[in-house]
Design a protein around this ligand. Structure first.
Ligand code: ATP
Ligand code: FE2
Length: 329
């Protein structure tokens, strides 16, 4: 059994996996009433819940801790204080249980968990708070074919929602408001090749909201139609460019039913297969870390406690998807 620890941002999650089967998936997220995520506070949150999450995961999996063969953890990318708390917990547990550690890339874990849905060689549209990337396997690596040139699409939606005074996380709220929207209000459409950007659209939306000429429902509807069209266009271009025939969704924003619908339509039109994991596996979670950790472990990728490598093991807050050597495909 492999235990996975996720702590890149606001979520502290633990998953337990055995032969690709999920035995436990528990998490607790740091939230704020006002303003954004304060990394130091998020770290304190993770430190506070770590032990209880661990107990909860063991209970859910109905196992004792001596059954754990290795501990996988999110090494990056992410917020340094949050990553450090995950690393600290991982090292302590690994030393206590005398089992090896497997360092996992968070973005690739979002992609690999797609295997559970049957996807084999996808183009992944990874849309979360901090990340917006189009990733596919080519020439021995997971490569980023397109990405945001400024903020992630989730942060963009959440920032607008905060500005409109409807709280955090804004994604689900904007989604509900958008369903009531009737009128499409033209917004800037910002895509270059397979890259997208959101900050100009955000400014434009704020100005439109301030002018009091538009309803928030119509703005929410127009926001979704515009930026999701950009994401679908970039994904389709990546499918055409790579010649791949599968689209896989990942990240919290992929919970949005309108984005899912638009992706399905695009896939149907070009006869590609559409895959979308369960909501609990789209958002940040420990299972995807354990799942990829197990694949890596079976290829012999692990770091034993008390070794020099273990002592040197560190977080990689700016780790890039295409820097990772893929030894398991
Ligand atoms: P990462 O570290 O990968 O960037 P993250 O910390 O931002 O991830 P996720 O849980 O993957 O976390 O994604 C969070 C985002 O998903 C938020 O922006 C939130 O508004 C959005 N989101 C969550 N649920 C929904 C939903 N049902 N509809 C739309 N957006 C959603
Ligand atoms: Fe994520």
């Amino acid at each position: 059994m492999i235990l996975g620890i996720e702590s890149t941002a606001h979520t502290f999650g633990i998953g337990i996996v055995k032969n690709g089967k999920i035995l436990a998936n528990v998490k607790d997220s740091y939230t704020t009433q006002k303003g954004g995520i304060i990394p130091i506070e998020a770290r304190k949150h993770h430190a506070k819940v770590a032990n209880s999450m661990y107990e909860k995961a063991l209970k859910e999996a109905r196992i004792s801790e001596d059954k754990i063969k290795a501990i996988a953890f999110s090494q990056g990318p992410g917020l340094p204080p949050c990553l450090l708390e995950g690393l600290k917990f991982t090292k302590q547990l690994s030393s206590k249980l005398k089992v090896p550690v497997i360092p996992v890339n968070h973005c690739i874990a979002h992609l690999e968990i797609g295997r559970l849905t049957g996807s084999k060689d996808p183009v992944m549209l990874y849309v979360s708070g901090a990340n917006t990337q189009i990733i596919a396997f080519a020439g021995g690596k997971y490569r980023i074919f397109g990405e945001t040139l400024d903020i992630g699409v989730g942060n963009f939606i959440d920032t607008f929602a905060r500005y409109a005074g409807i709280g955090f996380p804004g994604g689900p709220k904007i989604s509900e408001l958008a369903k009531k929207g009737k009128k499409y209000i033209p917004l800037p459409y910002s895509i270059k090749g397979m890259d997208v950007s959101f900050s100009g659209i955000l400014t434009n939306l704020k100005q439109k909201l301030d002018s009091s000429k538009y309803k928030l429902t119509d703005l929410s509807f127009s926001l979704q139609e515009t930026v999701f069209a950009m994401l679908v266009e970039a994904s389709e271009r990546a499918l055409a460019h790579t010649g791949k025939e599968e689209l896989l969704l990942g990240g919290g924003v992929a919970c949005n039913s309108r984005l899912q619908e638009m992706c399905k339509i695009m896939c149907k039109e070009r006869k590609a297969k559409y895959f979308c994991p369960h909501q609990s596996l789209l958002v940040d979670n420990g299972v995807m870390i354990a799942y990829l950790g197990e694949i890596m472990f079976k290829k012999g990728i692990k770091i034993e406690p008390k070794t020099k490598k273990f002592g040197e093991l560190d977080i990689l807050p700016r780790q890039r998807t295409d820097d990772i050597k893929i030894m398991w495909r």
